[in-house]
Design a protein around this ligand. Structure first.
Ligand SMILES: Cc1ncc(C[n+]2csc(CCOP(=O)(O)OP(=O)(O)O)c2C)c(N)n1
Length: 318
């Protein structure tokens, strides 16, 4: 457990968890005026992604994009500023939590409309192929996006055109309050379905950061070698409500035993337990660094100016 990679994976998971918890804590002061979809419990996927993705790869995401943006190398100060609606935000304070975009790190956008960014990420993959680039386009979405027609159009297009797209599905079993079993045929394997459309697919335990790392690595190598797209499905669970800073287990739409069994698989807790006492000192140093980084980002965001009314029509392309 003392390899550099393990510390890097720990650092990212812990940073991601603490950022989301800080947003949750500050939310009640009513200075963040956009809805927030937190990824507490789902950190392993983005932490692993952060160690595989390259600067010139593209990424797009959904309504739950914080950790994908940070994983892609996005700037924490700019993300927190965006959530506070400030001019220094990555979308100039006009997008909010669900509409992060930062072309300086090739994070090409996220959208509140379920599945909306999938064709954009697919188009980016096509552009990479047309320009003979070695890079790939990562397309993040929840399993709810598999209930939208554009997912199938995009996967079909990617298969036919043999483009470097990595479709990343974080399957957390719920679309808002509705369980997977009420939305998709029981026992259907999404990976098998996507394979039938013509794309190589891998599934992965989304609570094991090292497994996630291995799958991202495998996917990247497959796309580079075969020049074809890949579909990845990570099984994971959100610890907080669908949208907002609270827990909503009192609503009883998720069975108690299910919640408890997933909480026991907490990706950060379990990974941290693997470090021996000899590494605790290093972990302490990393934790301190993380707290400072988050404190600085929130102070920066709070102090930053709001966009001016005259900026309202800037950055509009259509
Ligand atoms: C086209 C569309 N339909 C419905 C919604 C309302 N909505 C917002 S998030 C969401 C749940 C999506 O679930 P999933 O894709 O699995 O992502 P998760 O929230 O679980 O991360 C829904 C139905 C929407 N934003 N867009």
């Amino acid at each position: 457990m003392n390899s550099n990679l393990n510390f890097k994976l720990y650092y990212k998971m812990k940073l991601f968890r603490e950022v989301e918890l800080k947003i949750a804590m500050e939310y009640s002061s009513r200075k963040m005026r956009c809805p927030v979809h937190l990824s507490v419990g789902q950190e392993a996927v983005s932490a692993a992604f952060s160690q595989i993705v390259r600067k010139n790869d593209y990424a797009v995401s959904s309504h739950r994009p914080h950790l994908h943006y940070l994983g892609k190398g996005g700037n924490l100060k700019r993300m927190i500023s965006e959530i506070y609606g400030k001019k220094t935000g990555c979308s100039s304070g006009k997008g909010g939590s669900m509409h992060l975009i930062d072309t300086s790190v090739n994070f090409m956008g996220s959208s509140a409309i379920v599945a909306n960014s999938i064709p954009i990420g697919t188009g980016l993959a096509l552009s990479l192929k047309l320009k003979n680039k070695i890079n790939v386009s990562y397309i993040f979405f929840g399993e709810g996006a598999l209930e939208q027609g554009v997912f199938y159009e995009s996967v079909n297009f990617a298969a036919v055109k043999k483009i470097p797209a990595i479709f990343v599905c974080e399957n957390n079993l719920y679309s808002v309050y509705t369980s997977l079993k009420d939305r998709q045929p029981e026992k259907r394997k999404n990976s098998k379905m996507v394979e039938a459309i013509g794309i190589k697919s891998f599934t992965c335990n989304g609570n094991n950061v090292f497994e996630c790392y291995k799958i991202f690595n495998k996917a990247k190598q497959y796309v580079s070698k075969e020049k074809k797209p890949v579909f990845l499905e990570f099984f994971t669970y959100r610890h907080y409500e669908h949208c907002g800073p609270n827990k909503d287990d009192n609503l009883n739409y998720r069975p108690k035993n299910e919640i408890n069994s997933w909480l026991k698989k907490d990706p950060l807790k379990n990974f941290t337990n693997n470090f021996t006492n000899a590494h605790k000192q290093k972990i302490k140093i990393l934790d301190k660094e993380i707290q400072k980084k988050i404190k600085d980002a929130f102070e920066y965001a709070k102090k930053s100016p709001k966009p001016k009314l005259s900026d309202l029509r800037k950055d509009i392309y259509a």
